[in-house]
Design a protein around this ligand. Sequence first.
Ligand SMILES: [Zn+2]
Length: 337
Amino acid sequence: MASEQFNLSKLNIVDVHVHVGPEFGSRAHDALSLAQELASANMKAVMKNHFISTTGLASLARNITGQTSVFGSVVLNHGVGGVNVQAVRATLSGNKDEVRNAHEEVRGKEPTVVWMPTFHSKLHLETFGHDYLPEWVGGDTRFTSTSADVSPCEVVDESGNVLEEVQQVLELIASHDLVLATSHLSKDEITAVVRAAVAHGVRRIIITHPFFKVTDMSIQEQQTLVDLHRQLTGGEPEHQLYLEYTYTGKTIDGISFELYAEAINLIGPEHVILSSDAGQTRWPRDTQGQPLEGGVQALSVTECWKLFIQDLAQAGISEKAVVEMASTNPSRLLGII
Ligand SMILES: [Zn+2]
């Protein structure tokens, strides 16, 4: 790719998935350092934390920087009581920049993402045996729970029906026009939740890194989900569902960008969002969780994007498609254009 493509500020990147600390493990950013770096590159991002809602942090960072470069989210793990309406209400409460004003419109003006359970999903605990992975905290087990210690945050019953508390959350997401992200659910759970979400009127959906080994959706299964969503919504443009392909899919999970390219060419870039999933540190790792020699340490979000764009070009993805997937689609999803 031409060198000007590494001028990130020209691309108007909107990243729906960046991790911020503090968390038990190390992170590359806190809310303020992320907001400052993004603003310097004309980028925006949704901040994710596995334990707490980030809307209040996002609000503070926006006020300090005077820039709207970060947005908040909540992950419905046990840290916020699992999948429950009150956690989403608390997240909405934090989504305001003028603390002296009372909300009439509870949503506030900035987009907010509600993530289904990540490390407390049933399949994550079954797959890894831990919630917070030991290698994220240098093997220190004081900061992890095993699958024997912690019960999963379930989203469906034994028959595969979406649970009542999940239905209530979906209803709240729909009524405030928030964004739903599927996190570490299984492919069957994702299908059930997407069906229920559409039935409740949820209009903005991200299928979180579907190639990730917990979810493990094939290209054909992803295409089937996109087709199902189109069928359920009649293809109305205000109903949006995107497949999210992350930079760390390669660096952490070893997914090749040739596979991304194959999926993008088959399904179409109009159904895909690129995100960094940045904020991770100590990767890539070997099977013992140790950093590989010469491995990258604590890449910042802009460093991730430079490598991501370079690698996508090598995999044959056009600049036009990159802009569509990294800027146009996420901007539309978040309602910021
Ligand atoms: Zn992530």
